[in-house]
Design a protein around this ligand. Structure first.
Ligand SMILES: [Zn+2]
Length: 242
């Protein structure tokens, strides 16, 4: 038999856990093409096993082989699929809109700190399900798999699974339920902190001078540039306000 169990961070020795479940049992929105049923991963795991001498050997080898391909959830996943922090990572039209708005803020004497632009779909998946598991709205063993993300959400123990998801939520610094179909994945959103704008006068896209008295004044100026505020998510601006 080939060696299928790799050393390292897997360390999952759970015995009688349910490894696989019904495809699309929960929460996988149909418009996320990269979201695949776990049955596909099951088939992949099975095909990775060399011909077994007996059926019994194949059965006993399957769980270990499947586990060896996955890494348990936890804060270390936050380093995978990193977020872009440059406006160059945005679509050309939204990039130009954001750059013009930021230039206007700079010219008015304010400052901008960007924390996120492009979010890879894999990161959106990790953030979304870490949040849902942490909040108890989905069971760790019911999360659909995603191609290219070999995460094992189920530690075989509910408390450990939920705690690992909570650690991810903290490490991602999530404050708002992340969407699977976020504008960040479409390169049309930016998370940025704007400061120093109170009582400053800024020029909007039409050339009108606007003195900023309150946050909504700045939001209105952003809209003229095509950079729209999502009020429920403090740092988030996008092409369509979502
Ligand atoms: Zn955002």
């Amino acid at each position: 038999m080939p060696v299928l169990i790799v050393p390292g961070p897997v360390g999952n020795t759970v015995g009688n856990r349910e490894l696989f479940h019904s495809p699309f049992a929960h929460g996988c929105s149909a418009d996320v093409q990269s979201c695949v049923p776990t049955g596909a991963l099951n088939a992949k795991a099975q095909s990775a096993i060399a011909p077994a001498a007996t059926a019994a050997e194949a059965l006993s080898a399957l769980p270990a082989a499947a586990l060896s391909q996955r890494r348990l959830s936890g804060a270390s996943w936050v380093n995978e699929f990193p977020t872009g922090t440059s406006t160059a990572d945005l679509t050309p039209s939204f990039r130009d809109a954001v750059n013009a708005f930021i230039a206007a803020i700079d010219a008015a004497g304010g400052s901008v700190s960007i924390s996120a632009t492009y979010r890879p779909p894999e990161r959106a998946y990790l953030m979304h399900y870490a949040w849902d598991i942490a909040k108890g709205t989905i069971q760790p063993d019911r999360v659909p798999a995603m191609t290219g993300v070999d995460i094992e959400w189920n530690h075989g123990n509910k408390t450990q699974s939920v705690n690992a998801a909570k650690a991810m939520v903290r490490a991602y610094e999530i404050v708002h339920r992340p969407s699977l179909t976020t504008n960040h994945a479409g390169r049309t959103a930016i998370d940025m902190q704007v400061s120093g704008m109170t009582n400053k006068t800024i020029t909007d896209k039409k050339g009108k001078k606007v003195t900023i008295k309150k946050a909504s004044d700045l939001h209105a100026v952003g809209a003229t540039y095509g950079v729209h505020k999502l009020l429920s998510d403090p740092p988030h601006w996008s092409a369509d306000g979502h």
